[in-house]
Design a binder for this molecule. Structure first.
Ligand code: COA
Length: 263
């Protein structure tokens, strides 16, 4: 794999949170092949970091969260290269979805195509009231190929997903909130503060419990109920031997806030 350009995607780890920023504002944070490679490097590293308890993803500047696949790069690709790109962008979104830690998409500007799929791969989404979101690929005579056709209907239902994809809708934040596509909307001036509040709420909870709960929900989502319940039991068994569980019980008895260590 070629070396990646580290400036394309930046990551800052602070107080148990990894803040990822797609950093191509001049191209509206579009996902070029080198951008995907850099993002995948970061995700691979974060997946094994025990000290990282939550991950946020946003776009540089506010004009776009991410304008999707890089359409200029695409023009020079032959069919085989397009196949290779789509394989990589799909795998990138799966890397995000498969991160053990909870993830928050901070949709600070427009999110179209792969930008919307990036948000869909996260666990939680907060969106600027000024932004638009949509899987607009059919307007470009292609289809969402990085999980959009799969993750969107699971989130908002088949009818709404078909409306969005077949009409290539650029949906306002208020409608995205109404149909459950995003969890929260904030004015752009308040977005950082509101996102920080969500992250602080995540950090107030047991980090290993967050990972086990995320796994239980994701693993159970596509299973028959008895199999899903077995998965939940397996995820529960993982947190029984943790010190954080005992710390929470001690803190409750002592009427204080727990001090979790992710152990
Ligand atoms: N790929 C490559 N470059 C992109 C891009 C993309 N997906 N989206 C925007 N850009 C580039 C533009 O070509 C332009 O480059 P230029 O300055 O060299 O002309 C620059 O980013 C700014 O774009 P512009 O459209 O002028 O910015 P805007 O703020 O007015 O609008 C968007 C932003 C995101 C609404 C608009 O650029 C857009 O609709 N982009 C396409 C989104 C899309 O269809 N994505 C689906 C991909 S499958």
């Amino acid at each position: 794999m070629p070396m990646s350009d580290s400036s394309l995607v930046e990551v800052v780890c602070d107080n148990h949170v990894a803040h990822i920023t797609i950093n191509r504002p001049a191209a509206r944070n579009a996902l070029s092949f080198p951008t995907l490679l850099r993002l995948r490097e970061i995700l691979a590293e974060l997946a094994s970091r025990k000290d990282v308890w939550a991950v946020s993803i946003t776009g540089a500047e506010d004009k776009a969260f991410c304008a999707g696949a890089d359409l200029k790069e695409r023009r020079d690709m032959n069919e085989q290269q397009v196949v290779e790109f789509v394989k990589n962008i799909r795998a990138t979104m799966s890397d995000i979805a498969n991160l053990p830690q909870p993830t928050l998409a901070i949709i600070n500007g427009h999110a179209f195509g792969g930008g919307c799929e990036l948000a869909l791969a996260c666990d939680l989404r907060i969106m600027s009231s000024q932004a638009l979101i949509g899987l607009t690929e059919t307007s470009l005579a292609i289809i969402p190929g990085a999980g959009g056709c799969v993750r969107l209907p699971r989130l908002v239902g088949v009818a709404k997903a078909k409306e969005m994809v077949l009409l290539s809708k650029r949906m306002p934040a208020s409608e995205a909130l109404e149909c459950g596509l995003v969890n929260q909307v904030a004015d752009s001036g308040d977005l950082t503060e509101s996102a920080t509040a969500i992250i602080e709420q995540l950090l107030a909870n047991g980090p290993l419990a967050l990972q086990a709960a995320k796994a239980a929900i994701d693993l159970g989502n596509d299973l028959a109920i008895d199999d899903a319940l077995e998965q939940e039991a397996e995820c529960y068994s993982r947190i029984i031997p943790t010190r954080d569980r005992l710390e929470a019980l001690a803190a409750f008895a002592e009427k204080r806030k727990p001090r979790f260590k992710g152990e």
